[in-house]
Ligand binder design. Structure first.
Ligand code: GLC
Length: 743
């Protein structure tokens, strides 16, 4: 009896993780049975997605008639931007009036939280804490599923090396290795124990592909790169997300090497559904099918629909190209019905896996919605994620952590009392200022005995000289000054690329005026992207990069400022000294004349007016303590590609307070064809150490960490010398060893 019970337990556990083979067979049979009853129009209806009415996250198509009527007629398979159980019930009830009662999928951009807003994804990436990021996505899924949402259009996994691009805030930064691990963590967080669980939402990996490499960092712009660069740098996070079980993909607005991604059979059929065997479905980005017309790739929506369905785009978000043309394309013999059937199978399979045919109202429970939102443990998770995302850039004279004995603290800057801005782009809940802890409130709570003064100083967008007198006089009254400056919520996100990424307006002049008072000054920089702030970097005694940390930002920041949490974040993107350096990233090729400073004109691959180094490097971040790296050893000096090698070293907390260090492993293939970067991140460990404590850290190097793509897109390794580097940052290598790889 015990064995039977054990088997039952194992099988039920297996089911809750992913549909077992038996379940998949059952679902496949149900899909076939349903498909056989569907008319062509009903099939095309399943591939049609309309925007709801909560918000328009793209250009709205006018005069579309009554959406509820269209749903009742079986012409809609999914609705996005619909919030709350009351709204989703109305739309689902309409679907239940259609002939075959096929339930709708409700999709939403739950990018970094639903009711509780978590830090923007780029900030979370600075934590390098995969568990914390998975938990962040888990909370977002739990809340959004309780609000009737089945499907989030996340994670965005676009590698980005250009901080002018407004959507850098949405991803995991510039590194493929770190970005791949984060992609996996976020998919696992969103999908939890698997589709069909009441707190699991379908993930949607986007934007496939290479959207982050848009020329000039300009959103929607063209992308042109070698296939090797595509496979080496931009595709791996998508594959990692797929391997983590991602239910859906979203293609991208950009053209790639002359083909819009939405119409790219290379991306969607050859790679995604072919080589990678993806069984889920692909949704277009908003109207990206129709936008192949302005791209100049097709002449009308009739052709756009033909190109897109043939290229492997399954569902049409908001272009209406499919609903308006696919039936005719099939009748005209231009599109084989098998392509439509394949796309519909993929969509219906997900609806079955989500349990929506068993109960279309499964996710629509107002009592559960109310009971799930804003739970204390989830609010604490947001505060914790915020703390972990903060990067300490500078701390001269140990101004930080602030003493709680300060009698008077001055908070100065236009973001000191901000609320909505702190949520960052793509925050979802209805009331932008609801449940947000401002910087002012956070400091007030943690320094209740201090007198907290406040002066705005200027507006974020003030562009003319401003009278700073009040701010300066306020600073002079204080024992210490905290400045809250940076961008506003509208300066990053979609369609928010900027040519000038300096701290906006006259805020850096305000910083100069406050630093000139001679008071101890801590500059909090808040933005959704790396900004340029050379004067501040050189002259402010303490600088904290706080990004946008969401609902709990004021508390997370105060936890760090007052030392309740020792910052450990490290930059997931390179911070340039100037827009003129962009693109600038850490894993570049050495070139034949690597810059050696100014000692030789012909070895100055940098600019004549700027050094080649960034303001702050990928992987950089300080702590309130210090760390020592020593005693590196490797298990072998020669390995075959079938063998592994371990690298070990001692990591010590050489300071006076406990703290975490993110020790990074970089590798360089010294001689390779094609060329390999001067270093690549291949592992890291985030280690907590008590003062004085030493831990022996070990990394394992295997063939996969040494492999790369050749010009034939084969994943290979080449024998020769490799350098192993252990760093506190990409530009701060502490220890290194070399070894030989033989065949
Ligand atoms: C937007 C974005 C995409 C988002 C979709 C739905 O244009 O590009 O990331 O998921 O439309 O809002």
């Amino acid at each position: 009896m015990k064995i039977l019970r054990g088997l039952l337990l194992v099988s039920s556990l297996a089911f809750c993780l992913t549909p077992s083979f038996a379940q998949q067979k059952t679902i496949a049979a149900k899909v076939e049975a349903l498909l056989s009853k569907m008319t062509l129009d009903e099939k095309i209806g399943q591939l049609n997605q309309y925007n709801g009415d909560w918000a328009a996250t793209g250009p709205v198509t006018k005069d579309v008639g009554n959406k509820l009527d269209a749903i009742k007629q079986g012409k809609v398979g999914s609705v996005l931007n619909i919030m709350g159980t009351n709204h989703t019930r109305t739309f689902q009830e309409a679907a239940m009036q259609s002939r075959l009662k096929i339930p709708l999928l409700f999709g939403q951009d739950v990018i970094h939280g639903y009711s509780i807003t978590f830090p923007i994804p780029l900030a979370e990436a600075a934590s390098w804490d995969l568990e914390a990021m998975e938990r962040s996505a888990r909370v977002a899924a739990t809340e959004s599923a309780a609000a009737g949402i089945h499907w989030t259009f996340a994670p965005m996994v676009d590698i980005a090396r250009d901080p002018r691009w407004g959507r850098v805030m949405e991803g995991a930064g510039e590194d493929t290795y770190l970005g791949s691990l984060i992609a996996k963590a976020r998919v696992k967080g969103f999908q939890g124990k698997g589709l069909g669980n009441i707190d699991a939402v379908m993930a949607c990996v986007k934007h496939f592909a290479a959207y982050g490499a848009a020329v000039g960092g300009r959103d929607y712009n063209s992308v042109d790169m070698s296939k090797r660069a595509l496979w080496e740098t931009y595709l791996p996070p998508f594959k990692a997300a797929l391997d983590a079980g991602a239910a859906t993909f979203m293609n991208s607005f950009n053209d790639l090497n002359g083909t819009p991604a939405t119409g790219s059979s290379y991306l969607q059929r050859d790679i995604l559904k072919g080589k990678w065997g993806f069984k889920g479905f692909v949704v277009s980005d908003w109207n990206s099918i129709g936008e192949m017309i302005p791209h100049g790739f097709v002449k009308d929506n009739y052709e756009a629909a033909e190109v897109a369905i043939k290229a492997g785009n399954d569902m049409d978000m908001e272009s209406r190209a499919y609903i308006g043309n696919l039936a005719k394309l099939v009748k005209d013999g231009k599109v084989n019905i098998s392509l439509v059937n394949d796309a519909v199978r993929r969509v219906l399979t997900k609806k079955f896996e989500m349990g929506l045919f068993d109960d279309p109202y499964k996710f629509i429970n107002p009592a559960r919605e109310k009971a799930t939102m804003n739970q204390p443990e989830n609010i604490e998770a947001a505060r914790d994620m915020g703390r972990k995302s903060i990067v300490l850039l500078k701390n001269e004279k140990q101004i930080l952590p602030l003493s709680k004995d300060f009698k008077t603290i001055a908070l100065i800057g236009p973001l000191g009392k901000a609320k909505w801005d702190l949520k960052g782009a793509w925050s979802t809940d209805v009331d932008p200022n609801e449940n947000v802890v401002s910087i002012y409130e956070g400091i007030q709570k943690q320094a209740p005995n201090a007198k907290l003064l406040y002066a705005e100083g200027c507006k974020v967008t003030d562009s003319v000289s401003v009278d700073f007198t009040e701010a300066v006089e306020t600073a002079k009254k204080a024992d210490v000054v905290v400045m809250a400056v940076g961008e506003n919520i509208f300066m990053t996100g979609e369609a928010r690329s900027k040519a000038n990424i300096h701290i906006p307006g006259v805020q850096e002049d305000l910083i100069k005026a406050i630093v000139a008072t001679g008071k101890p000054v801590v500059v909090l920089l808040m933005a959704g992207r790396p900004m340029v702030f050379n004067w501040t970097a050189a002259h402010a005694p303490a600088i904290v990069y706080a990004w946008w940390l969401g609902s709990q930002m004021g508390n997370s920041v105060a936890d760090v400022l007052f030392g309740n949490y020792n910052p450990a974040g490290k930059l997931p993107m390179t911070f340039p000294r100037s827009e003129g350096q962009i693109p600038i990233y850490y894993n570049y090729l050495n070139t034949g004349r690597p810059s050696q400073g100014d000692n030789d004109t012909f070895y100055r691959s940098s600019y004549i007016d700027l050094p080649n180094t960034p303001q702050y490097a990928f992987g950089y971040g300080l702590s309130y303590t210090t760390f020592g790296y020593s005693n590196i050893s490797i298990s072998k000096t020669t390995i075959k590609k079938t063998e592994t090698l371990t690298v070990s070293f001692d990591l010590q907390n050489t300071g006076k307070v406990a703290g975490e260090e993110i020790a990074q492993l970089y590798i360089r293939d010294m001689v390779a064809q094609p060329l390999r970067p001067i270093k690549e991140l291949k592992d890291f460990k985030k280690v907590m150490l008590a003062p004085g404590e030493t831990k022996r850290i070990t990394f394992i190097i295997d063939k996969e960490k040494l492999a790369f793509y050749n010009d034939s897109l084969e994943r290979i390794t080449q024998p020769g010398e490799f350098k192993v580097m252990i760093g506190a940052a990409s530009n701060n290598i502490k220890l290194e060893k070399s070894f030989q790889l033989t065949n």
